[in-house]
Design a protein around this ligand. Structure first.
Ligand code: AMP
Ligand code: ZN
Length: 469
């Protein structure tokens, strides 16, 4: 955070109002930001990662403007079913564990660590970010259902407890949904006892005789929480009942975020989130990049073809976050070339002195206008090719980079020099595994920490972490 920067007004496009609004924080102290995180059953693809670039740019912008941020990115390790938005199908995590003949925790540890690794590679800031896991918040989710039950919003169908969306008049607002004409069960196989198609599961019952790998006791019987519930329970736990900003990919608007909002507002009787920001998709040949279509790439796939993660970040920032980007290796190649050139040219400039006021004001205005990183990058090129004093150029570009995060001047991105929260979280998990005598899991976590470039030493004062040089 740079306290010397003036706090000029920020404008964000709020999906709820479908318009750009001036950002006014709920309180001056700390801004709350929640981003829907990954379902850790597989590697994130580069489409998924666009949504964390959005929350990172948002966080950096708020910090640049002098706010302090409380940021949460959840880790979904139960409840996300193969039917995605339909509350049907097998749990993605269980499916992956069975397919690989592994324990659920082996799968979730592996892919949580891989996700953290992706964040670090993309220079996504994680200092003090909270990464809560759904399985570590079952009591909070049960409490939330109890509250909704007391208010008469919950009913029981054959396979679980459902939220009655007809009792929340604002249900259609966020997604601008038109639910008229929908017949219960029409979108999906009929769930016996479900009242409206839009109603969603809060708690699913373990089917008798089924071999569930993750299930818990509840006042309604053994089972597991519905997918949307964790985000309400965990966001409100860490950010309060009513908080500032919530992000995710645009596919979350009609179902996941609509349901989060419904159950949260009904439980508390207060507004849930003030600003909803959503990124558009990465597409391939005009179709959404997704696991189910098989048209996806991971960061490792890109690295394998010689494209560094930061070049992908640069590629993404060249478009506005609300514009779809059609991914091609040709376009990534052009962006990578430009990214390398920028880094080489900036590295050749004498070290920084004073920034240029005119360019700083232009950059600030671009970013304050709904995070216009494309304009920000264009300004970076203008600075580079201007007639400014070389050291002023460098200072100005480095200041831009506090938000853009694309410079890699000595082989190390500038922002991630402290031990990232992601690594600390792995160390914490290892301590928990050791505490319950799960040495195999502890070793797995040590190997992950090592792989991500840190040496772990167990000392009498606790685990000690040092970056490998
Ligand atoms: P998931 O792990 O499936 O829950 O998705 C993680 C995040 O990625 C969510 O915010 C999704 O909305 C987002 N997402 C999924 N596919 C894409 C895509 N092709 N382009 C951009 N964002 C996506
Ligand atoms: Zn969510």
């Amino acid at each position: 955070m740079d306290l010397a920067m003036p706090r000029s007004p920020l404008f964000f496009y709020n999906t709820l109002s479908r318009s750009k609004e001036e950002f006014t924080p709920l309180n001056q102290g700390e801004v709350g930001l929640y981003s829907c995180g990954p379902t850790v059953y597989d590697y994130a693809h580069i489409g998924n990662l666009r949504s964390y670039i959005l929350s990172d740019i948002l966080r950096r912008t708020l910090e640049w403007s002098g706010y302090s941020i409380r940021q949460v990115i959840n880790i979904t390790d139960v409840g996300h079913l193969a039917g995605d938005t339909t509350d049907t199908g097998e749990d993605k995590i269980e499916q992956a564990a069975r397919a690989a003949s592994k324990q659920v925790t082996e799968i979730t540890t592996l892919y949580t660590a891989a996700f953290f690794d992706d964040l670090v590679k993309l220079n996504i800031k994680t200092t003090d970010t909270i990464f809560p896991r759904a399985t570590a918040h079952i009591p909070e989710q049960i409490e939330l259902i109890k509250t909704l039950e007391t208010k008469g919003l919950v009913y029981e169908a054959a396979d679980g407890l459902y939220f009655d969306t007809s009792l929340y008049p604002a249900y259609t607002e966020l997604g601008r949904l038109n639910l008229s004409g929908q017949v219960a069960g029409a979108r999906v196989e009929v769930t016996k006892g479900k009242r409206q198609p839009a109603d969603f599961a809060l708690w699913k019952f373990s089917p008798p005789g089924a071999d569930r790998l993750q299930e818990w006791d509840s006042p309604w019987g053994r089972g597991w929480p519905g997918w949307h519930l964790e985000c309400s329970a965990m966001s409100m736990k860490y950010l309060g009942k009513h908080f500032d900003l919530h992000t995710g990919g645009e596919d979350h608007i009609p179902v996941h975020h609509t349901n989060e909002r419904a159950q949260s507002e009904c439980a508390t009787g207060e507004p849930f989130v003030n600003y909803w920001l959503h990124n558009a998709f990465i597409t391939v040949d005009g179709r959404k990049m997704s696991k189910s279509l098989g048209n996806f790439y991971t960061l490792s796939d890109l690295a394998g073809q010689g494209f560094p993660a930061l070049a992908y970040r640069y590629f993404l920032l060249g478009a506005h976050y609300r514009s779809p980007i059609n991914f091609t290796f040709e376009a990534l190649g052009a962006a990578t070339k430009a990214w390398r050139k920028v880094n080489t040219e900036v590295a050749s400039l004498p070290t920084a002195s004073k920034t240029d006021d005119h360019f700083m004001a232009e950059f600030e205005a671009a970013i304050a206008d709904d995070l216009n990183t494309a304009k920000g990058l264009a300004l970076l090129h203008e600075v580079l090719h201007s007639s400014l004093d070389p050291s002023v150029k460098r200072a100005t570009i480095q200041k831009f980079d506090e938000i853009l995060g694309i410079l890699d001047l000595n082989g190390k991105p500038l922002a991630n020099t402290v031990i990232p929260e992601t690594i600390k979280s792995l160390v914490q998990d290892r301590e928990i595994a050791r505490g319950r005598g799960d040495w195999a899991q502890a070793d797995l976590l040590r190997a992950e920490i090592d792989k991500q470039g840190y040496t772990l030493k167990d000392t009498s004062a606790g685990p000690e972490l040092t970056p490998k040089t």
